[in-house]
Design a protein around this ligand. Structure first.
Ligand SMILES: NC(=O)c1ccc[n+]([C@@H]2O[C@H](COP(=O)([O-])OP(=O)(O)OC[C@H]3O[C@@H](n4cnc5c(N)ncnc54)[C@H](OP(=O)(O)O)[C@@H]3O)[C@@H](O)[C@H]2O)c1
Length: 262
């Protein structure tokens, strides 16, 4: 099949105020896409919108709000409908985590992580599907994680949310195949963003210390390329990809290594 053309594509992107989402928006602006960017920080979104326009976006608008709020999700989809009528690409990127042992965390940590990382993208997608049905070459991009392939100690809630997102994406891809809507799952490894400064809880420091990540610009470039090339799954960080491969072939070895950190 031909490469996906992103010029003039109507793209809705969550979690755009910083990090991977911000760089993804800039990369898509250079492709001359039309963008509606979402996050809670309206100041950062407004700054981003000016940058997107100067980088070449066919249009750029922001909507500030919390994606865990059903009324905000409804407002986002209504905005898409009134501005564009249909939607070509939905990118579910907003995400949060927590560090510490499961037993040491309150129930609320798990619930909130599932709200942001799983229920928000799934329910936003449910609302957006009728608009994607009318879109051109429609695509859903879900930003998962390497921890959606291999559970890690001190990241149990986050791992659970990203496994859930990946399982749902896989099932959805098959359900949407006949409707002509594609699904891409992106599984980044550690990325140098402010992600680790915005944890919902931090009852322990990670025993393996701070990992060197890859720049969010590199993740953004790989995501855009994967969108164009119609990939279904990518692993932007080679270390993460290696972990997934080793875990597939010798899971007991990875278990033994993880047990030392548990
Ligand atoms: N950084 C990593 O090492 C890494 C690795 C693997 C996967 N990922 C995934 O990549 C995605 C982006 O992460 P990042 O590294 O770019 O993190 P980040 O710099 O912390 O950015 C997260 C974005 O999500 C938004 N967000 C968080 N909660 C929200 C909510 N309730 N409603 C609306 N927006 C919300 C934040 O904006 P506001 O605060 O303004 O709302 C921000 O724009 C996430 O799904 C994350 O799980 C990251």
């Amino acid at each position: 099949m031909a490469r996906r053309v992103l010029e003039n594509s109507r793209i809705l992107l969550t979690g755009a105020s910083r990090g991977i989402g911000r760089h993804l928006a800039l990369e898509l602006a250079r492709q001359k896409s039309r963008l509606l960017v979402v996050a809670r920080n309206s100041l950062e979104l407004d700054k981003l919108v000016s940058e997107l326009k100067s980088q070449g976006a066919a249009s750029a608008e922001a909507l500030a709000g919390d994606v865990t709020d059903p009324a905000i999700r409804k407002a986002i989809v209504e905005r898409v409908r009134s501005d564009w009528k249909y939607l070509d690409v939905l990118i579910n990127n907003a995400g949060v985590s927590a560090h510490g042992r499961f037993a040491g965390h309150e129930e609320q940590v798990l619930r909130q992580i599932m709200e942001v990382n799983f229920y928000a993208p799934t329910e936003l997608t449910r609302l957006a599907l009728p608009l994607l049905d009318g879109g051109q070459d429609s695509l859903i991009v879900n930003i998962g994680s390497i921890l959606g392939h291999r559970g890690m100690p001190h990241n149990s809630e986050y791992s659970a949310s990203k496994f859930a997102l990946r399982g749902w994406s896989e099932a959805l891809r098959t359900e949407l195949h006949s409707r002509g809507i594609e699904v891409l799952v992106v599984s980044p490894g550690t990325t140098d963003t402010e992600f680790f400064d915005h944890l919902l809880a931090k009852s322990d420091s990670l025993p393996w210390g701070k990992q060197k990540g890859i720049p969010p610009e590199a993740v953004a470039r790989q995501v855009v390329r994967a969108m164009q090339l119609r990939r279904t799954e990518i692993y932007p960080n080679w270390r993460g990809r290696l972990l997934v491969a080793v875990n597939r072939w010798v899971p007991k070895l990875v278990d033994r290594i993880m047990n030392r950190f548990g």
